[in-house]
Design a protein around this ligand. Structure first.
Ligand SMILES: NC(=O)c1ccc[n+]([C@@H]2O[C@H](COP(=O)([O-])OP(=O)(O)OC[C@H]3O[C@@H](n4cnc5c(N)ncnc54)[C@H](OP(=O)(O)O)[C@@H]3O)[C@@H](O)[C@H]2O)c1
Length: 280
């Protein structure tokens, strides 16, 4: 039996693929560009694009379980191909946005809800991993300015978030795919500690052995700066979340430890794991 990991080069997908291999599973990795190097040689890599359903039957042939990223465009084609291939269990990387009040008004929540609903309707067993703020978002926001100028510019240095390590999301997915008792379950997962952005910057500075300055800028300036590295929908989402949590503790969770039996990784550990990403 084969476990198919979509997006096996992604932040989360790569650790899911590694975790399944370590658990003795036969892993088939997908990519839209399978010829690009970077995946372990034990994995067969196949071409698949979730937004081009005609690419999916070959990728899913003989598979019984799947790790999936949430792509609403083409999801009906995915569930049809998965059903035809005999897939029994899909673990979806969804989002905590779907359980936050006001989800109906949030386009990111609606995208993830659409994928969850399509999988539920399919009759295939499912597990939904619903993470909050990824620790990797700090690469998006701050990698460029830390590398180039040892500075972080933000309008909300005292906003609090509870970042989740991508290895913890992957550990949840691997547990769900390899152990019993996780089907038809949804796991909302926040990080283990609420930290101000200021404290997160200090952890990154400690990890790279450099003093990283923090400069307070206006919301308009932040919008322009963030717009250089991320789409507008992401910029507005983060600005809204920071404004709402300015000086307010973020929700934390013990989901990782409850489900995997291992404590969740701290942001300080995440920063050490990614120190090279922030060094120039
Ligand atoms: N950032 C957050 O705070 C946050 C919070 C909650 C939930 N999420 C969810 O987590 C996701 C991001 O996870 P991540 O950081 O691991 O992502 P990532 O590093 O950007 O990786 C995404 C992977 O998906 C694959 N992919 C992209 N489009 C595809 C398509 N059309 N068909 C098949 N594969 C495709 C890519 O593989 P190839 O390029 O090799 O094809 C890539 O490896 C978001 O999209 C969202 O759904 C994020």
């Amino acid at each position: 039996m084969v476990a198919v990991v979509f997006g096996a080069r992604g932040n989360v997908g790569r650790h899911v693929a590694d975790g399944l291999l370590a658990a003795g599973e036969q892993v088939r990795a997908t990519s839209r560009t399978p010829d690009v190097a970077g995946l372990p040689s034990q994995m067969k890599v196949v071409a698949a694009d979730l937004e081009r359903p005609e690419t999916l039957p070959a990728a899913l042939e003989g598979a019984d379980k799947v790790f999936l990223y949430a792509k609403p465009d083409g999801v009906e084609g995915f569930v049809e191909a998965a059903g035809s291939a005999g897939v029994r269990h899909v673990v979806l990387l969804s989002s905590a946005a779907v359980v936050v009040p006001g989800a109906e008004q949030n386009p990111i929540a609606r995208q993830h809800q659409a994928v969850e609903a399509a999988i539920e309707r399919s009759g295939i067993d499912w597990t939904f991993i619903r993470p909050g703020m990824f620790a990797t978002n700090t690469l998006w926001w701050w990698q460029r300015s830390i590398r180039a100028e040892s500075v972080v510019r933000t309008p909300y240095p005292d906003a609090q978030t509870a970042p989740v390590h991508e290895k913890d999301m992957a550990a949840l997915a691997v547990t769900a795919l390899t152990e019993s008792g996780h089907r038809q379950r949804a796991y909302t997962v926040y990080g283990p500690e609420s930290l101000t952005l200021r404290r997160q910057v200090e952890h990154i500075g400690d990890a790279i052995g450099r003093n990283v300055r923090l400069e307070v800028i206006s919301v308009e300036e932040a919008r322009a700066e963030m717009g250089r590295t991320m789409p507008a929908i992401g910029v507005e989402t983060f600005l809204r979340q920071w404004a709402a949590r300015n000086g307010t503790p973020a929700q934390v969770s013990a989901t990782v430890e409850e489900i995997t039996g291992h404590p969740a990784q701290t942001f300080a550990q995440w920063a050490r794991d990614h120190a090279d990403d922030f060094r120039s």
